[in-house]
Design a protein around this ligand. Structure first.
Ligand code: UD1
Ligand code: CA
Length: 457
């Protein structure tokens, strides 16, 4: 095996996206396109990866970090010109260079690996990955001679009507003999419909110089989809979504309606968990076994134990234990820690709060900046009053406390272990252990008051 290098093309603006966001940074299933490509290339045992950056250079760099080297393409004069920018890092080196576009987010490592192997076995100077599609509009067409050997690639805009009938397309992924590539790049011209230096022209240049040029056709066009506009972006999203859902189902997760379930790439889900329709699971969420998620639930960066249920709810950046019951219609905001067997019922909002084991807030509550112990019952409509307009304060509710309905706990305040708070109380001072605290006006019944009113009318 010779030395392997890779070049990722990511300098384009992506005009057809009509977006403020640079094309290769548009996410597919939650991950920027160029990151998808990088993650796959990273599996290939490659010595040096150079990403070509231009539009949004800083943001692309921020995204990819030190996973690769960078070459700046100041003006976007075409894909051949882009590759040439890596000359400083690569020209003169012996080996095989993989070139892949940052806008083909579905390409798999195994496909690129097979391409490299085909290329090396054929001792070729260039091998292009091709695919066949019913609708090749926009792609470069692969033109073969009578023996079926690749002759050249012609861009859609430069192709004749007859050439446009060809359904075999250039996927934008290639392997080159590194030295042959950099020498051929010198001969690429920009005399074409777009006035650009086209990388695919290298194929014809190498071929006519007598080098071996081959093509490797993949059966799976979907994997090579190039995203140039938002229509293709949605197609990529749908294909990857299906791939992710099928992976989870094969691993033992039940997804009731995969077409209506959105799971991002970084999510882990345990066996026998059931995902109901309308669920969106994002980020680095980890969901255990035997859970029930959804319907209509959004979860982002949460860690959920086993046998928990989250229905019709939203949960973000939080830890949720095992045998926890959330929803319907609960909102778990960041930095919450909901321990085993807790229950968070309808119209309850939890923010930056610990809810201890077996504790319950079953209806209509706001619990923010709080530490709630074990086996606490928070009655309907009770809230922590955590904010004075300037600062936030902590509410501590110790184990076995019972908070009566519609209570306000004005923080900072501590309700001691085992204490009771009477319904309708506004608690402004600490409540000692095992005490009953009543903090509301006494009831007065004015006998016959209404009757007297009526008599005086
Ligand atoms: C390109 C190919 C086409 C192929 C298709 C596959 C060329 C001329 N055409 O067309 O044959 O079928 O990909 O998806 O290569 N880029 C730069 N600098 C530039 C221009 C582009 O870095 O100066 C980057 C872009 O950011 C993008 C990639 O190269 O990631 C491809 O460029 P794009 O303009 O999308 O090429 P296509 O028209 O799709
Ligand atoms: Ca493209």
């Amino acid at each position: 095996m010779s030395n392997r290098y890779a070049i990722i093309l990511a300098a384009g603006q992506g005009t057809r996206m009509k977006s403020k966001l640079y094309k290769v940074l548009h996410p597919v299933c939650g991950k920027p396109m160029v990151q998808h490509v990088m993650d796959q290339v990273n599996n290939l045992n490659i010595e040096k990866i150079v990403t070509i950056i231009g539009h949004g250079a800083e943001l692309v760099k921020e995204q990819l970090g030190d996973s690769c080297e960078y070459a700046l393409q100041e003006e976007q004069l075409g894909t051949a010109h882009a590759v040439m920018q890596a000359a400083q890092q690569l020209a003169g080196l012996e080996g095989t260079t993989l070139v892949v576009c940052g806008d083909t987010p579905l390409i798999k490592a195994e496909t690129m690996d097979a391409l490299i192997k085909t290329h090396e076995e054929a001792h070729a100077a260039a091998t292009v990955l091709t695919a066949v599609t019913e609708n090749p509009a926009g792609y470069g067409r692969v033109l073969r001679n009578a023996e079926g050997h690749v002759e050249k690639i012609v861009e859609h805009k430069d192709a004749t009507e007859e050439e446009r009938q060809v359904t075999e397309i250039n996927t934008g992924t290639y392997c080159f003999d590194n030295k042959a590539l950099f020498s051929a790049l010198q001969n690429v011209s920009n005399e074409n419909a777009q006035g650009e230096y086209y990388l695919p022209d290298v194929i014809e240049i190498l071929k006519s110089a007598g080098h071996i040029v081959t093509a490797s056709r993949t059966e799976d066009f979907e994997e090579t989809l190039g995203v140039n506009d938002r229509v293709a972006l949605s197609q990529a999203e749908a294909i990857l979504k299906k791939r992710i859902n099928e992976m989870h189902m094969r691993n033992g997760v039940t997804i009731i309606d995969p077409s209506n379930t959105y799971i991002e790439t970084g999510v882990t889900i345990g066996r026998d968990t059931v995902i109901h329709p309308g669920s969106i699971i994002k980020g680095e969420s980890i969901i255990g076994e035997d859970c029930v998620i959804g319907p209509h639930t959004e979860i982002k960066n949460c860690e959920i134990g086993n046998s928990s249920t989250v229905r019709h709810s939203a949960a973000f950046e939080s830890i949720i234990g095992s045998y926890v019951n959330i929803g319907p219609f609960a909102h778990i905001r960041p930095d919450s820690d909901i321990r085993d067997k807790a229950k968070i019922g309808n119209f309850v909002e939890i923010k930056k709060a610990v809810i201890g084991e077996g504790s319950k807030a079953s209806h209509l509550s706001y619990i923010g900046d709080a530490e709630v112990g074990n086996d606490v019952n928070i009655g309907c409509g009770s809230i922590t009053v955590n904010y004075d307009g300037k600062n936030k304060y902590l509410t501590k509710i110790e184990d076995h406390v019972f908070i009566g309905c519609n209570s306000n706990l004005v923080a900072p305040v501590t309700i001691g272990r085992g204490a009771y708070v009477a319904a309708g109380s506004t608690i402004t001072e600490d409540v000692p252990e095992d005490a009953l605290s009543i903090a509301r006006a006494r009831q007065i019944n004015k006998e016959d008051y209404v009757q007297n009113l009526k008599i005086n009318e």
